[in-house]
Design a protein around this ligand. Structure first.
Ligand code: CTP
Ligand code: ZN
Length: 152
């Protein structure tokens, strides 16, 4: 059989697979993994039977929590999250889109009260078919997930 992995297997950690192209960097950024010293392998625009093309993230030595896994769904509703131990997939985390998300995003509305550094943003999440919409708790405006900046 002529089957090779285009990104090598990991020993222990988390694999976030089937990420819609273009979302891998936002997810890494959101999980706060870029600034830390984790061993990360990143695949972008890899061929996928299910999605045509996909992004893929492998994080050695980190097990995402169920909460983090659910928050990843905001960026990539079709993603699958696998926990690897001793080179074997030991768990495929069952995820669902959270109802709300706090602190992660900045409201794009420049006159929104949440622009104040002392106020944590809160967005309510709605799934409309393939689109994920987030409504700001403070100004009540709705935004597409792709138009929101992740807080640094
Ligand atoms: N993987 C890995 N290192 C391992 C084991 C698996 O990086 N030691 C990765 C695989 O490359 C794959 C993901 O983890 O991207 C899921 O592995 P597996 O369940 O074996 O793949 P599939 O059968 O393709 O699962 P699914 O279609 O549910 O994603
Ligand atoms: Zn707002």
């Amino acid at each position: 059989m002529n089957k090779t992995l285009s990104v090598s297997a990991i020993n222990n950690g988390t694999v976030i697979d089937h990420i819609q192209c273009g979302n891998a960097l936002r997810i890494l950024h959101f999980l706060g993994l870029i600034k830390n010293e984790y061993q990360i392998t990143l695949g972008m625009n890899l061929p996928s039977k299910r999605l045509g093309r996909k992004d893929l993230i492998k994080i050695e030595g980190v097990e995402l929590t169920p909460n983090q896994a659910n928050e990843v769904m905001i960026f990539a509703p079709d993603a699958t999250i696998n926990i690897v131990k001793d080179f074997n997939v030991t768990q495929k985390i069952k995820t669902h889109l959270p109802e709300q998300v706090a602190e992660v995003f900045l409201c794009p509305n420049l006159v929104c009260v949440s622009q104040d550094k002392n106020i944590d943003s809160i967005f309510y999440i709605d799934e409309q078919g393939k689109h994920v919409k987030l409504t700001c708790h403070y100004c009540e405006r709705a935004f597409d997930k792709d138009s929101l900046k992740v807080k640094m």
